[in-house]
Design a protein around this ligand. Structure first.
Ligand code: FES
Length: 73
């Protein structure tokens, strides 16, 4: 069973783990099986959609930490 876990890190990026497809703005699709990545949610990364840790220097704050788990076929 495919499983994707998305963890919004407190005051930081979305940590995505498991099996997922990442579709970039140019249409490129990256299929990842059993991997992980960190996606920017502060909007300041120079490597969007990926986090480059700029959120730490910027003082980005987000207190709505929650865990979302999705299971698929
Ligand atoms: S969340 Fe890390 S650079 Fe945006």
């Amino acid at each position: 069973m495919a499983e994707t876990i998305i963890i919004p890190n407190e005051h930081g990026p979305y940590h995505v783990k498991g099996d997922f497809r990442l579709v970039l703005s140019d249409g490129t699709e990256l299929d990842v099986e059993g991997g992980e990545t960190w996606l920017c949610r502060c909007g300041l990364s120079s490597m969007k959609p990926f986090c480059d840790s700029t959120h730490k220097k910027s003082g980005f704050r987000c207190d709505n930490v929650e865990m979302v788990e999705r299971s698929g076929a």
